[in-house]
Design a protein around this ligand. Structure first.
Ligand code: PAF
Length: 283
């Protein structure tokens, strides 16, 4: 496994790989890898000749007062896990190289970035789209794999890739959960034991909603009220949003149908967690 820090070396190496006719799979991450990331790497390994993992805690996607400085980092452990997942190259640029003096360009996707996480984190998706575009241009992958816990991020990256005619297949992978249902996230490490316990209300809320729909409930309002009251019963949880949206447009829906997704963001203590689930059988 190689570790590459230089953007120029990475671009040259990737151009040679492509010229030799090999396929490249890419998993962009901010590190502190968990089993969810490993599932993306496993799928990338299966689908390509060369597997690239990027580890870059991207400053431009964190708003003021968010957890950029505290974001968990453990590069040594990430290397061990990456090696075990069959990664060929870890690309880990510095922030200075990615955003050098005079840097002035941003990629903005409008519409689907304005609600949900975009409403409470107004600069977040601009940072994500900018860094993902830059990483795509450096790594030049044939496919890129993203987890669907960040459901809005996945929809936004798909929209951007289509809109900009990027020749990359975007693969969304199922949410990876702890055995008790909590969606895996690097930020789960922030939770103390009581918060960890109450955080289960997010995945329980999704199951509750799915059960209501199974039993014939089709009104988004009724489902939202039930989930909201379930979360509200937890003293340490402060919901940011609970929404039923169309899976591609992310427009809010009144009536539940096969495209409906329940999306939740909530603060557990000071940790902001997100989770989601399709309300009818996954399509
Ligand atoms: O999902 C993440 O970890 C990040 O948003 C990403 C896609 C690596 C961009 O920094």
């Amino acid at each position: 496994m190689e570790i590459v820090e230089s953007i120029e070396l990475m671009q040259q190496r990737m151009a040679r790989t492509r010229a030799a006719g090999s396929t490249i799979a890419f998993v962009p991450t901010m590190g502190f890898l968990h089993d969810g990331h490993l599932s993306l790497l496993k799928e990338g390994r299966r689908r390509s000749d060369l597997l690239v993992l990027s580890i870059f805690v991207n400053p431009t996607q964190f708003g003021q007062g968010e957890d950029f400085d505290d974001y968990p980092r453990d590069f040594q452990q990430d290397c061990v896990l990456a090696q075990s997942a069959g990664v060929d190259i870890i690309f880990t640029p510095t922030a200075m190289a990615m955003y050098s003096t005079g840097y002035a360009t941003e990629v903005n996707v409008s519409g689907i970035t304005s609600g949900l996480c975009g409403a409470s984190r107004p600069t977040h998706f601009r940072g994500v789209c900018t860094v993902v575009t830059k990483l795509f241009n450096i790594v030049q992958p044939h496919i890129a794999l993203f987890g669907s816990k960040d459901f809005q991020q996945l929809a936004v990256v798909k929209r951007m890739t289509r809109d900009l005619n990027l020749p990359i297949e975007i693969v969304g992978m199922a949410i990876y959960r702890e055995t008790d249902g909590l969606a895996m996230s690097s930020r789960n490490v922030y939770l103390n034991s009581e918060q960890r316990c109450q955080a289960l209300a997010l995945s329980q809320g999704i199951t509750l909603a799915q059960d209501m729909v199974k039993q014939g409930e089709a009104e988004a309002g009724a489902v939202l009220a039930a989930v909201s009251s379930h979360l509200g019963a937890q003293s340490l949880i402060r919901p940011d949003y609970i929404a039923v949206c169309h899976q591609s447009t992310l427009e809010p829906q009144q009536q539940i149908d096969k495209d409906s997704v329940l999306l939740i963001a909530a603060f557990v203590g000071s940790t902001r967690l997100i989770d989601n689930g399709y309300l009818m059988d996954a399509s």
